[in-house]
Design a protein around this ligand. Structure first.
Ligand code: FAS
Ligand code: PHB
Length: 386
């Protein structure tokens, strides 16, 4: 078999890349380890930056998102017994976010690729990358071989692509956090119109949503937390303790349909390319989800890679491809800093002494009282211009 671009991974990065390449007349084959049902059901990100929304609409896969997605024009920071809204419409006029589950984006992209006759192979095991430092790289899987001109490693943090790059060719930057997030999906009407990021001495809590009848919550928990440590009653009691801290707010409870523990880490592997292998999305970088950047960074990488590949296949010039990593890393590091900043601003750290906690509260007071400081949060949150 042969294709121009061999793509490993059918998450948002791999699927969007395949779709955007198709629109430019470039062939690709997507190899995915899991089943279609699994990738379409996996509950992950929920917030799309303005640029991600625009990208999906321009690529002709935004119709259901525009119909079912929830545009939001602000978020609430909740601490010290008070609500503090960050109004996007005032601080970054014309820019907003859309709440639309990552799994919905994945479903829309799979549907578009299959409708266009795209080649996505699910439940493909033992993918291996070969000759990535030559101009004839190829992939093998389950006894088959796929010859490519280029390989895109879109297989996430635990994928096979990044480890295929010689260790001494990569520089890794990372930071672990002394906590994890317990993610909860509940069949209950959201108790808020906009997302609530709550800083609380008991730990951070986030109230998000997926639809008028589905709520999404996160609780800061110890790093070694297991789902079974958190029966539903304990989850609702803790969410109430961390969110019902302002007058007039009552948390609706209901049926919990999914719960999962997500480790918190910051990670960047540089460069995001080696020979004819290009990494995009979580395969190259990870951010703590506090800034809602993970999925959006994957989209930004893919936009850059698509332009570079279009140039390469049109006239053979590799100048954009040669600068792919340098181009992506500017946005990656901006998102890394913002995600770290939001995480340190809103979570409780056992290592923090009384002085550290007062610094945190002072910073929150500044962000919620100074237009300049609030604009910093708003412009990063809705997404810096591409
Ligand atoms: P993905 O990990 O989504 O996709 C990689 C794909 O490659 C997967 O389908 C995987 O099965 C496949 N794959 C892996 N190894 C393979 C192999 N050897 N061969 C073939 N295929 C292989 N971000 C947010 O913004 N907000 C959140 O709340 C949030 N929550 C998250 C919760 C969890 C549990 C996780 C893990 C991540 C979360 N993220 C969140 C980040 C997440 O949304 C990612 O940023 C996003 O999925 C990135 O997309 P991809 O780069 O496509 O990687
Ligand atoms: C979500 O809705 O899943 C979500 C929202 C905001 C975040 C992280 C996750 O910062």
């Amino acid at each position: 078999m042969r294709t121009q671009v061999g793509i490993v991974g059918a998450g948002p990065a791999g699927l969007l890349l395949s779709h955007l390449l198709h629109l430019r007349g470039i062939s690709s084959v997507v190899l995915e380890a899991r089943s279609r049902e699994y990738v379409e059901r996996r509950v992950r990100a929920g917030v799309l930056e303005q640029g991600t929304v625009d990208t999906l609409v321009e690529a002709g896969v935004g119709e259901r998102m525009l119909r079912e997605g929830l545009p939001h024009h602000g978020i609430e920071l909740r601490y010290g017994g008070a609500r503090h809204r960050i109004p996007f419409e005032e601080l970054v006029p014309g820019r907003a976010i859309t709440v639309y589950g990552q799994q919905e984006v994945v479903k829309d992209l799979i549907a578009a690729r299959l409708e266009a006759g795209g080649d996505i192979r699910f439940e493909v095991l033992d993918v291996a990358l070969h000759d990535i430092d030559t101009d004839k790289p190829y992939l093998t899987f389950q006894g088959e071989r796929l010859d490519c001109d280029v390989i895109a490693g879109c297989d996430g943090f635990h994928g096979v692509s990044r480890p295929s790059i010689p260790r001494d060719a990569l520089t890794v930057y990372e930071r672990e956090y002394p906590f994890a997030w317990l993610g909860i999906l509940a069949r209950v009407r959201p108790s808020t119109e906009e997302l609530i990021y709550a800083r609380n001495d008991r730990g951070f809590a986030l109230h998000s949503m997926r639809s008028p009848t589905i709520s999404r919550f996160y609780l800061q928990v110890p790093p070694d937390t297991r789902e079974e440590d958190w029966p539903d009653e304990r989850i609702w009691a803790e969410l109430k303790a961390r969110l019902e801290t302002v007058p007039g707010f009552t948390l609706e409870t209901g049926e919990i349909v999914e719960k999962g523990v997500t480790p918190m880490r910051s990670f960047v592997a540089e460069p995001m390319q080696y020979g004819r292998l290009f990494l995009a999305g979580d395969a190259a970088h990870i951010v703590p989800p506090t800034g809602a950047k993970g999925l959006n960074l994957a989209v930004a990488d893919v936009r850059v890679l698509t332009e570079a590949l279009a140039r390469f296949f049109a006239d053979g010039s590799a100048d954009l491809l040669d600068r792919y990593s340098e181009h992506c890393l500017k946005r990656v590091w901006r998102a890394q800093h913002f995600s770290w900043w939001m995480t340190t601003l809103l979570h409780t750290f056992d290592s923090d002494d009384a002085y550290g906690r007062r610094l945190q509260l002072s910073y929150l007071d500044y962000v919620t009282s100074s237009k300049a400081a609030a604009t910093t949060l708003a412009e990063n949150y809705v997404g810096m211009p591409f």
